[in-house]
Design a binder for this molecule. Structure first.
Ligand SMILES: Nc1ncnc2c1ncn2[C@@H]1O[C@H](COP(=O)(O)OP(=O)(O)O)[C@@H](O)[C@H]1O
Ligand SMILES: CC(=O)OP(=O)(O)O
Ligand SMILES: [Mg+2]
Length: 421
């Protein structure tokens, strides 16, 4: 899980006892294809009360990790079979209830849900009603790994607290500002429009948060700075942000396009698809599975965890080395492309699991970019840390930064702003 280091602080038992009785808490659910990440925050003072993760849902044994921050208690971890997202949500509720923070609490103001695909319609946080839910369902074909899990999270939460506002915060929302020339593919216009084929972009909540935090780190107003954000987690995407508005991003109709990811190929010649159909007799579903689940780092070297790849490289493993080089080469191409798109770049910001933790990826992707005004400082880059920091040399024209993302805090902030307005 990505390290959290935003403005939210962990609550102490004392702070909790003093908390006001009014409804100022927001539960955030980030339901992924095989995991649920959750956080309970008190928005009155931006404290995190509890945070946790249910992983390996649907596998033989799943794991629940819960950090009861409000009570200051020790982190709890248990393994048990969890068949689906409904059961996962039940486990989340049990953990929170054990801390006296159950979903029945009158202090809960809303539940905020990460929803990956919102199509063109949703450009901001939205209270979920039956019609909004139907639209999220309609978008399943373009986010098959993500939207179904988000929907189960929403339905389960609605069942538990039908009286509370359930708010959707869409990955696509931040990217709705992209100009038409960046969002539209060079496809036959009628076909594209009939099937709403365009670049939507994802991880927008993170790109929005990180671009703002980068401006803060530089001591400048977000409307004055141009930032290239590199969100490198399991899924990975780049975006070009001009004065706080997204003008281009690497993911497209679905979260498959762009950078090399843990299990996804990113950019390929679309003809690979029909070639495999014709010469290998693969079905559309098989190619879909190949590109989304068996490609990227795992397809190249059998591992999708950058830590393991680094370890293997240290042992002289050629496949791991090549996978790393392909990953980094793609990143460099996007940095070059977005430099051209923005014209003037003030900062490059690395975020998410790989971006925040892998000095090797940052070093290799920024190496030799002096012509673009990018110079890394080797010592600053190698120092580990959990807060936003500069890693560029003092002589670098472009600031390079590590800026931890906090999608859950951003979702809670947007959710609370909507329901308390
Ligand atoms: N210390 C580290 N060094 C290199 N990579 C790391 C490190 N810690 C985590 N990662 C990478 O971060 C990835 C997960 O990133 P994260 O942002 O949590 O992903 P997601 O939210 O998409 O599940 C892991 O696959 C792993 O490769
Ligand atoms: C949209 C997307 O790729 O999300 P994640 O990185 O959580 O898989
Ligand atoms: Mg993520």
């Amino acid at each position: 899980m990505t390290a959290n280091a935003g403005p939210a602080t962990d609550a102490t038992a004392a702070a909790q006892a003093d908390a006001p009785a009014e409804a100022t808490q927001v539960l955030v659910l980030n339901s992924g294809s095989s995991s649920v990440k959750y956080q309970l925050l008190d928005m009155a003072d931006s404290t995190r009360l509890a945070t946790g993760l249910v992983e390996r849902i649907g596998e033989e044994t799943s794991r629940v990790t819960h950090a009861p921050l409000a009570t200051g208690g020790a982190k709890r971890e248990r393994e048990q079979p969890i068949a689906d997202h409904e059961e996962a949500l039940r486990a989340v509720t049990e953990e929170l209830t054990a801390d006296g923070l159950g979903l029945d609490s009158p202090k809960l103001a809303a539940i905020g849900h990460r929803v990956v695909h919102g199509g063109q319609r949703f450009s901001g946080p939205t209270v979920i009603d039956r019609e909004v839910l139907a639209e999220i369902e309609r978008l399943i074909p373009v986010a098959p790994l993500h939207n179904p899990a988000n929907i189960t999270g929403i339905r389960t939460a609605m069942g538990l607290r039908p009286d509370l506002p359930q708010v959707a915060v869409f990955d696509t929302a931040f990217h709705t500002t992209m100009p038409e020339h960046a969002a539209r593919y060079a496809l036959d216009v009628e076909t594209a429009d009939a099937h709403r084929i365009r670049r939507y972009g994802f991880h927008g909540t993170s790109h929005a948060y990180v671009s703002r935090e980068t401006a803060k780190l530089l001591g400048r107003d977000v409307t004055d700075v141009n930032v290239i954000v590199l969100h490198l987690g399991n899924g990975a995407s780049a975006s070009a942000v001009e004065g706080g508005r997204c003008v281009d991003t690497s993911m497209g109709l679905t979260p498959l396009e762009g950078l090399v990811m843990g299990t996804r190929s990113g950019d390929i010649d679309p003809a690979v698809t029909f070639h495999l159909r014709r010469v290998a007799g693969m079905s559309v579903d098989e190619v879909d599975e190949l590109l989304n689940k068996k490609s990227g780092l795992i397809g190249l070297c059998g591992d999708n965890d950058m830590r393991e790849i680094g370890r293997r490289m240290g042992e002289g493993d050629r496949a791991a080395q090549l996978a790393f080089e392909i990953y980094v080469h793609r990143l460099r191409k996007y940095v070059g492309a977005y430099t051209a798109v923005l014209g003037r770049v003030d900062a490059v910001a690395f975020t998410a699991g790989v971006g925040e933790n892998s000095a090797a990826v940052r070093e290799a992707s920024m190496r030799g970019l002096g012509a673009l005004g990018i110079e890394l400082d080797a010592v600053r880059n190698s120092v580990r840390g959990s807060s936003a920091r500069l890693i560029s040399a003092d002589t670098s024209r472009v600031a390079v930064a590590v800026v931890p993302t906090d999608e859950e805090l951003e979702i809670a902030t947007q959710t609370y702003a909507l329901v308390s307005a």
